[in-house]
Structure formats: C-alpha cells, structure tokens
Design a protein around this ligand. Structure first.
Ligand SMILES: C[S@@+](CC[C@H](N)C(=O)[O-])C[C@H]1O[C@@H](n2cnc3c(N)ncnc32)[C@H](O)[C@@H]1O
Length: 274
C-alpha cells in the first residue's frame, strides 16, 4: 500500500523554489531540453565510453536522458536532498538501466580522484555566487582532453526592472541579466568547438496548463495526496513559476556551447573568435 505523505499547505508555501522543484519532481530542464542534449551528443561525441559528470543536476534530466541516448556512465550531483531523491526515483521509474549515480553534494566541496570526459553544467552556473570558481574547479576534473557542456541564458535587451523584481519575488533569486559577452568571459580559457544561438518562443496558456496539470497529477499520485486544496496550491505555484519564466522570454536568448579543454593548449586562446 502507498504511504500517504503528510504535508500541509503551509509546508508547501514555505518551501524555497529549489525545494519545491525537488518536492514536486518538476523535470527542471536546461534551455533547449532534448534539442540541446542532441546537439551535445553529436558535437561533443558522447558515447558508451564517456564518463560524464552533471553539476547541479536538479531532478536529473540531462544526465538521465544522455545516458538513455548514449549508454554513457557517470555521476550527477546537487546540493538539494529533495531533488536528488526525485532524480533517484526518476531513474528507478523511467530509466532503471542507466549507469548514472545521483549524489547529494555541494559542488564547491565535491572531491573525487576520478576524471571525466564531459562536465555538464547547462544553465546552472547562475545558481553559484562564484561561477568562475566552479568553472575552474571542474575543468581540473576533465581527462587530458574533455568537454564542458553549457547552455546559459543571456539577455538580448534589458529586462524592465518591474519584471526583474517580480521574478525575484517568485523565484527568490535574480534572473540572468548578463549579455552574451559577459557570459562568455568565464569560458575564455577553453576552445569553442560548437556554438549556436537560440530565441525562445513563449508558451500559450493552454500549453502551460497542460504541462502543469501533468506534473501536478503525477505528484498527487506518487505521494498519494488527497486534499483538493493542496492540489490547487501546488498547481498555482507551478503555474506562477512557468508564467513568470514565460514573461522573460522576449528579452532572453540562450547559447548552446561545446567547450573543449586540452591540457596542451590550456589556458591559452590560439583560435580566433570568428
Ligand atoms: C535550475 S537547477 C539547474 C537545472 C538544469 N540542470 C539547468 O542546467 O538549467 C539549479 C540547481 O542548482 C543546485 N545548486 C545550487 N547550489 C549548489 C551547490 N553549491 N552545489 C550543488 N548544487 C547546487 C540547486 O539545488 C538546483 O537544483
């Protein structure tokens, strides 16, 4: 028999954005979702010999889906216990054969003797107060030649202050307000093997509702919840998160990056930017 989860409306309202994502098992994807993963697979040659490390993996989307696509092995870390628990559950439910271990770890303190072929960071650098420390640290965990895979947002025009404030109230942190050139500074010591730029099409109300309804119904079922009010609180919070992100789309783009580290070249740039 499924155990009923004891959770109150207040508990849900008190959760931080990251705790809420972990709790509802939102498949918190990187910009471009499967399309970005397919580009990384192709242009960074991820295959069954690859040993990947995903940093700030949330509920495990990128590493899980790359492992399904390529049969690679690896590790994925996140500081949030709830997100890692959801990542482990997702592996069990949707991809039980993949060779990815999900671990609760603070990326700043993560220690290993292992070397990796690919480090996956997606758009998660934004979540670190010192992004350069993370880039520098994880570059040292690559093989003699290896890849950093990123898909950061950048702004194409200034986001109005009211929208930045509204976003901060919903998420508890500020959205990306850096330009493309500012974002790229952090990667100047690596070779750009592949790069493309993407606009984001806003979602309709109907699309947002369908996504939220599917995710909330799954939480309800897996956690064996019964209270209709709790359903509404979870749905409303998820819809608010999605709607807020949607409002920023006209000001944002994201860049898909395959960045290569080669010990013999690092940290120099011998390749022109054109
Ligand atoms: C929005 S998610 C990233 C989702 C997706 N992987 C992407 O690329 O956009 C950001 C994650 O960073 C995690 N995080 C924040 N600080 C961290 C730290 N010091 N170590 C590990 N994970 C951290 C949060 O728990 C959260 O799950």
């Amino acid at each position: 028999m499924m155990v009923k989860e004891n959770i109150s409306i207040e508990d849900i309202k008190k959760m931080s954005y990251v705790e809420f994502v972990g709790f509802i098992n939102q498949w918190n994807v990187l910009p471009g979702a499967h399309t970005t993963l397919s580009k990384w697979r192709t242009f960074a040659n991820i295959n069954e010999k690859s040993n990947i490390l995903e940093i700030a993996c949330s509920t495990g989307f990128s590493s899980r889906e790359l492992a399904i696509l390529t049969d690679c092995r690896g590790k994925a870390i996140d500081i949030s216990k709830q997100s890692i628990q959801s990542a482990i559950n997702n592996k069990k439910e949707y991809a039980s054969k993949i060779k990815i271990d999900y671990l609760v770890e603070d990326a700043y303190h993560f220690a290993t003797k292992e070397k990796f072929s690919h480090i996956i960071i997606g758009a998660a650098l934004k979540f670190f107060p010192e992004p350069q420390v993370i880039i520098d640290k994880f570059t040292t965990l690559l093989d003699e030649s290896g890849y950093i895979l990123a898909s950061p947002f950048y702004i194409k025009s200034t986001i109005p202050k009211e929208l930045v404030d509204e976003f901060r109230a919903v998420f508890g942190f500020t959205p990306t307000t850096e330009s493309y050139k500012e974002i790229m500074k952090g990667y100047k010591e690596l070779e750009i093997v592949y790069e493309d730029h993407n606009d984001i099409i806003q979602e309709t109300k109907e699309e947002l509702d369908y996504y939220c309804t599917c995710t909330v119904k799954r939480v309800y079922m897996t956690k064996n919840l019964e209270d209709k009010e709790i359903y509404k609180v979870i749905y409303d919070r998820l819809y608010q998160i999605k709607e807020m992100s949607n409002k920023l789309r006209p000001y944002q783009r994201y860049v898909v990056l395959v960045l290569r580290y080669r010990s013999k070249l690092f940290p120099n740039r011998y390749i022109e930017l054109f």
